[in-house]
Design a protein around this ligand. Structure first.
Ligand code: FMN
Length: 208
């Protein structure tokens, strides 16, 4: 399967066959995650492999009661090693400079004043595991395995279930399995709607 085929054929699956996923496949997926890009090559992503049925059920409950998640033979807990307490970092710290530019100095100051550094870091590092997770999803597709990135999640509850230390939080779940059903129809936005060449106003004048 080419990369293009994997991308175009991938769909989120929410029901799975009982069939297990071989450990070698999981290891291959972890290697795909390992190869992912990350800001400043910080590689803050951490992945937990969960096969235990009770733990899968507990995680499904933490995902707002999306109990179909527990029926996947393997759950990947997509975690991030959180940024340190920024209040203790020097002004010219690289991460601080990046975020000051991205979010604006005012908002960053506001974030830094928030008393719970861990909650701030969960907010700022939210996207950390997503690109590596998508690498895994696309590589899994080549084995006939589908998954579904799950963001509706009680991060603190999931992190407790996984016995994570304070500086690592589980931000997303990725249930994986051999799909039991064909996916439903999906509408996609047109290229005109989701792209522009040069400036937005060239093609979308007056539109938002
Ligand atoms: C960041 C993110 C969070 C998501 N969270 C959930 C979720 O909590 N529950 C769920 O059923 N699907 C979730 N999805 C899957 C989307 O619903 C799905 O990707 C979308 O409907 C498009 O369908 P497709 O993946 O089959 O192309 C999430 C997807 C992303 C990218």
């Amino acid at each position: 399967m080419t990369v293009q085929e994997a991308i175009l054929l991938r769909r989120s699956a929410r029901s799975y066959e009982k069939r297990d996923i071989a450990p070698e496949i999981i290891e291959e997926l972890l290697r795909m995650a390992q190869a992912a890009p990350s800001g400043g090559n910080s590689q803050q992503h951490v992945f937990g492999i969960v096969r235990d049925s009770e733990r899968r059920t507990a995680l499904a409950r933490a995902a707002g009661g999306q109990m179909w998640i527990a029926s996947a033979p393997v759950l990947i807990a997509c975690c991030a090693r959180l940024d340190e307490d920024w209040r203790t970092l020097p002004e010219d710290d690289f991460g601080l400079r990046v975020n000051r530019l991205r979010f604006g100095a005012g908002f960053l100051q506001h974030l830094l004043a928030y008393p719970n550094w861990q909650e701030t870091a969960v907010f700022v590092d939210d996207a950390v595991p997503l690109i590596p997770a998508e690498h895994m999803v696309l590589a899994a597709k080549a084995h006939g395995i589908e998954g579904c990135i799950v963001g509706l999640l009680d991060v603190q509850a999931a992190s407790r279930i996984l016995e994570l230390p304070e500086n690592i939080r589980c931000l997303y779940l990725l249930p994986l399995g051999y799909p039991a059903k064909k996916p439903g129809e999906k509408t996609v936005k047109s290229l005109e709607e989701l792209s522009f060449y040069e400036t937005y106003q060239t093609e979308h004048r007056g539109r938002t």
